[in-house]
Design a protein around this ligand. Structure first.
Ligand code: 13P
Ligand code: SF4
Length: 310
């Protein structure tokens, strides 16, 4: 096997271990190209749920692999690099969330948690959402309940605008999308006046206001495919351009600059490499581990989302 290139080694290991390779849209191109499925958090959760593989190799960040484990407690779920965290996840530790809920009993909160959070937060939440279904999920919350939306304040603010539903917002954010500013976006718009601006809802409100479309990473693909426009400025993590260019070869995609860089990159997403994917398939390690008790507690809010999102 040592004589084979990395891609061939991974293909062989995939068969040998009966493994499914899932990759998020922000992964490096070679990982996207070797995956069985590439998509956003919602698509990846559905793919994990319906899989009959013995092993799921998750090329993404920890909360995504953890989600795959929650819906497949008996399967082995490996992540090429266990340090692939997420600033949104770490902005909302479960004990702090529990304390906030306990300190505000008069609110009788209905907790909607963005999927970018730990299993322990999912266990506290009443329902989970992703950027792809947040509006749909919030619209289904009983009208007589106060909503606490965690952990992304920017996504929450966008959902309030879309649904007209008031919500209390946890003040978490994605460090990648927070690097965009109205000035950095306006400067690239001025250079390409006919380009459409597509932004992720994790962007700050001032950036979102400049966008022609605000949507999840998966919806960016269909929006750009179906649009009559030929040029797009993309305000989200740089890995997105690989998939857009592959699926829309006749269109031009310009990465939106941040206040200090020509494009944005998530240091957590970029920890995964082909070598680490090969190694985690060889060793079936590092694995995502959750106690059966926590798995059960976190499953309810996640399954509710998958059901309400259909
Ligand atoms: P999507 O579900 O839109 O792919 O978003 C995931 C994410 O982490 C964005 O930063
Ligand atoms: Fe988390 Fe932001 Fe990275 Fe997405 S881009 S994984 S929200 S830090």
């Amino acid at each position: 096997m040592k004589n084979l290139d990395l891609q061939s080694q991974i293909q062989l290991l995939k068969k040998e271990k009966n493994a499914l390779i899932l990759a998020h849209n922000y992964q490096i191109g070679p990982l996207q190209d070797i995956a069985d499925y590439v998509g956003d958090s919602l698509g990846l959760a559905y793919e994990a749920q319906k899989s009959d593989a013995d092993v799921i190799a998750f090329c993404g960040v920890h909360f995504m692999a953890e989600t795959a484990k929650i819906v497949n407690p008996d399967k082995i779920v490996v992540l090429p690099d266990l340090d692939a965290g997420c600033s949104l996840e770490s902005s909302c530790p479960a004990p702090e969330l529990q304390k906030f809920i306990d300190d505000n009993p008069q609110k009788n909160y209905f907790v909607v948690a963005y999927i970018n959070c730990s299993a322990a937060v999912k266990a506290i939440a009443d329902v989970i959402c992703t950027s792809g279904n947040a509006v749909k999920i919030v619209n289904q919350v009983p009208k007589d309940r106060n909503i606490l939306f965690v952990p992304d304040a920017n996504l929450g603010a966008w959902v309030i605008e879309q649904t007209g539903r008031p919500m209390d917002l946890w003040q978490g954010s994605c460090y990648v999308h927070m690097e965009y500013t109205a000035d950095s976006i306006q400067s690239i718009k001025d250079k390409h006046p006919s380009a459409l601006l597509v932004a992720h809802p994790e962007c700050p409100t001032a950036v979102r206001m400049l966008a022609d479309e605000v949507c999840s990473t998966e919806k960016m693909i269909s929006y750009c495919k179906n649009s009559e426009s030929s040029t797009f400025i993309i305000a989200t993590e740089n890995g997105m351009l690989h998939r857009l260019e592959k699926e829309c070869p006749d269109k031009v995609f310009i990465p939106a600059p941040t206040h200090n860089c020509a494009c944005s990159e998530c240091k957590f997403m970029k920890l995964n490499t082909l070598e680490k994917l090969r190694d985690c398939l060889v060793n079936l390690s590092p694995q995502v581990a959750i106690t059966p008790e926590l798995c059960n507690q976190a499953e309810a809010s996640l399954l509710k989302m998958l059901e309400q999102s259909k």
